[in-house]
Design a protein around this ligand. Structure first.
Ligand SMILES: C[S@@+](CC[C@H](N)C(=O)[O-])C[C@H]1O[C@@H](n2cnc3c(N)ncnc32)[C@H](O)[C@@H]1O
Length: 197
């Protein structure tokens, strides 16, 4: 397995030092809008690399009780538990996503996790999200639709690069310029909805 310098200690330090510029501080509008349209509150949902996970909080409070937050940074999970003391511990998973084996999920949410991993691991991300989804399960969320000038993270990308990678394992239902991005990300991200092949 490829070894990245952006390891758990790197990310945990970012939480310790409060260098979390990616954290928008509230649940992401496009993700909220999508799940507001999902009637099945029993759906199982994984948020990998979820960080402070305002979306996990929102979904849980909306009655999606089967939401799981995975992050390898202890600081992120600690922050979440402080805000959400009643959230079940077994649904808070401190582990390397790429080694995570578990039940399968109806949905996996993507928000600034794909852009945080070394691009050499993108194929692994696609394969592993696919393995963790039930048949007909969906990967849903946001991908950056731009390249960044500085070396990442975040690592950017373009629709023309993502499409061939994801389409090997997913039926791409939506991969479009996001119409309801939060203001600072307007025009720079794609909304994705993909069904496991
Ligand atoms: C840019 S942050 C995004 C956090 C969150 N999704 C958000 O939007 O606020 C990336 C997160 O992915 C986590 N992460 C990176 N690589 C990981 C891995 N291999 N396994 C688990 N978590 C990982 C980091 O600890 C960090 O919390």
């Amino acid at each position: 397995m490829h070894k990245s310098k952006f390891d758990a200690a790197y990310w945990d330090d970012r939480y310790k030092n409060q260098q979390t510029g990616w954290d928008i501080g509230y649940p992401s509008t496009p993700i909220v809008t999508f799940f507001n349209g999902i009637a099945n509150k029993e759906a199982s949902i994984l948020i990998p690399g979820g960080g402070n996970a305002h979306e996990a909080q929102y979904l849980y409070e909306q009655g999606f009780k089967n939401v799981y937050l995975l992050d390898w940074a202890a600081g992120a999970l600690r922050n979440f538990k402080t805000r959400m003391p009643d959230f079940p511990d077994f649904q808070l998973i401190q582990e390397d996503f790429f080694k995570f084996k578990s039940i399968q999920f109806d949905y996996i949410i993507e928000q600034t996790f794909f852009c945080a991993i070394d691009p050499a691991l993108r194929e692994d991300y696609i394969r592993h999200t696919h393995e963790l989804l039930k048949n007909n399960g969906h990967l849903v969320g946001l991908l950056f639709a731009k390249e960044f000038e500085k070396e990442g993270p975040p690592f950017g990308g373009l629709k023309t690069q993502y499409e061939p990678m994801f389409s090997r394992h997913y039926n791409i239902k939506i991969m479009e310029d996001c119409y309801n991005s939060i203001e600072p990300r307007a025009g720079s991200e794609l909304f994705i909805l993909m069904e496991k092949k």
